[in-house]
Every structure is written in C-alpha cells, then in structure tokens.
Design a protein around this ligand. Structure first.
Ligand code: BDR
Ligand code: CA
Length: 323
C-alpha cells in the first residue's frame, strides 16, 4: 500500500517512522511534518534525522504547517525533550526537507493517484490534512483511508484524555483541523488513547532489554528516544507506531463505528472527541427517528497488546522473538 505519513516527530513518531520503513506492506511515498510536540522547524529536522539514522535516503520529507488553523500552538517539550527526540543525541542530518509545502505535496500525489491507491497515516495534529482538504476537497474521492493517531473516546477504560482530563494531545492541538478531517467524507480510522494506553501494549524494561541486545539501528533509535520516559514513568506508550500497525496488521485490533463530534470549546473540553455511545441511538436510532451526532468514524476499541508488542519488536529488531 502507498502511504503518506504525516508526523510531528516526536519520540513515538520516530518509532512510527521506523516501523513504517521496516514494514514491507508499506511503500512510503513521502513524509509530511507539522507543528505539534515541538515546532515544525524541529519536527522537520527530526524527521530527516530519524530517516538518516535508519539509513533511509530515498523518502522525501515535506515541511508543513507551523501553527494550528485557529488556535495558538502549545508544544510539549516536557514530554518529548527540548529537541523533540528526547535529547538523546541523535546526530543532526545532512539532508534538508524538500521546498514544496506538505499540503501541496499531499494534494498533488492524490490528484495523480488512482482512487484508493494512497493511505494517509497521521500521527500529529491534523493541520496539514485539513489544509489539503480545504485546498482540494476532491481528493476525498482518491484517499483509501486516513488513519489517525488521536482521540480519547471512552470506548475502553483507558480512553481518558492525556492533555486535559478528556482530550488527547493531537486533537487538542488543532481541533478545528480534526473536525474538518472527520467531517470530510473520507474514511477515517482512529487509534486513540483507548488502545494506546492499554497497559498490555506499552513498552517496559524487559522490552528495552530485547531492543538493546538486537544490534539494529531502529532498535538503537528506540532505546535512545524512550530513555527519558522510561526513567520518569517506567513505561513508554507506543501511540504513533500503533497507527502504523493498524494499517499493516488490522487483525491485531477490533474496530467499531461511532459518530464522533470534536469539541471546539475553550478550556479543558477543547479537542474532546465525543463518540455517541448511546446504545439506544446506536441500535434503535433509525427506528426512533433519533439522529446520532457527528461524523462516522471507525475507532479502535481493542488491541491484542502482547501480539502488538511482539509484532513491533520483531520489526524493529529485525528478528522473530520467542513466543
Ligand atoms: C500523541 O501526542 C503526541 O505527544 C504523541 O506523539 C502522540 O502522537 C499521543 O497523545
Ligand atoms: Ca505524534
């Protein structure tokens, strides 16, 4: 499958990039960058930095939006380090991003593609995708689907917010963009905190030991960018790699369709993803004449944590692990 990966690299974005480049199911036609975890100046450098570290020199990188559509940018260096890659000393790159802006690249690639040929995977705020859809709404007919790492839907006990009690960071950062993407008519699948925060799916010390012994560049990258979080909280959530996993190993997940609204309120409700979970609306809505609220979105509601981790570690180390 042809993929454009939209990232705000970011420690876990770095691992999503590694997983995508090591997945034979994916033909990565380009990476686009956005402001989110840190400013786009840094996420762009980091994206090239990660590719060079992995020895990948044939995937172009396009710099995207510097700020959300409407709101101010609020970066999270306290999570990802002052450089966005956990201040782990990954060498600076020689290559530079391309001159073409990210949204333009997305529009052009989709315009010349056949319907269903290109999948978009977004692991940052949805600003670039929204701009592309505003520039050329007809790209919707070409997109296979948009897989978003984002949202906290309350469909599992882990689906609470992370940046506010109810909001997940990527959607919180640019809720207006998320609303445009969700309501665009494109097929949207969300991998939210409901599954990425499942305790059986996060990296722990024993996994780091396996990575350390492997000798692969991707494993070295993983050890380095996860170190800060491992030291601070004792585990590392693989939010962004999980979006890549949904693209290549959907059998690791259960997904369900919900109607979802994105809150544009100020304060703690900003960016809340409200899934209409009312059973009587889901089951009897049509009969009762009650319309569900929001846009139809497919939500990952379950992940096989141990199998996901095995899959991730096998790909990153380049070795099949023990069962
Ligand atoms: C998301 O927010 C970012 O900090 C991570 O890179 C991930 O994309 C998790 O809420
Ligand atoms: Ca991210």
């Amino acid at each position: 499958m042809k993929v454009i990966l939209d990232v705000d690299t970011g420690t876990d974005d770095a691992l999503a990039i590694a997983l995508a480049t090591l997945s034979p199911e994916i033909e990565l036609i380009g990476l686009t960058t956005v402001s989110g975890n840190v400013h786009v100046d840094k996420t762009s450098v980091n994206t090239v930095r990660v590719l060079e570290f992995l020895g990948v020199d044939d995937v172009p990188v396009f710099r995207g939006a510097a700020k959300p559509l409407v709101k101010e940018l609020r970066t999270v260096e306290w999570v990802h380090g002052s450089d966005g890659l956990g201040d782990s000393g990954i060498p600076m790159p020689r290559r530079k991003p391309e001159d073409k802006p990210a949204a333009e690249f997305i529009v052009e690639e989709l315009r010349k593609s056949s319907p269903g040929e290109i999948t978009l995977i977004a692991t940052g705020p949805l600003t670039n995708l929204a701009i592309a859809l505003l520039l050329e709404p007809r790209i919707v007919e070409k997109i296979q689907k948009i897989i978003v790492m984002g949202g906290a839907f309350g469909v599992t006990p882990h689906g609470t917010g992370n940046i506010t009690p109810v909001s997940e960071f990527n959607i919180y950062t640019d809720p207006e963009a998320a609303k445009i993407v969700f309501e665009s008519g494109a097929k949207v699948s969300c991998v939210g905190l409901d599954v990425t925060m499942n305790p059986s799916a996060v990296l722990r010390a024993e996994h780091i030991d396996r990575l350390r012994g492997s000798g692969s560049k991707a494993a070295e990258l993983a050890v380095r960018v996860t170190r800060g979080m491992m030291e601070r909280v004792g585990f590392f959530a693989l939010h962004d790699p999980m979006a890549v996993a949904l693209a290549v190993k959907p059998e690791l997940f259960k997904t369900e369709e919900y109607y979802v609204q994105v809150s544009l309120e100020e304060g703690d409700l900003r960016g809340q993803t409200i899934a209409d979970r009312r059973w009587f609306v889901r089951e009897l809505g049509e009969k009762l004449g009650i319309k569900p609220r929001g846009a139809k979105v497919s939500i990952a509601s379950w992940v096989d944590g141990p199998r996901f981790l095995r899959f991730f570690l096998d790909r990153i180390t380049g070795h099949e692990g023990k069962e």
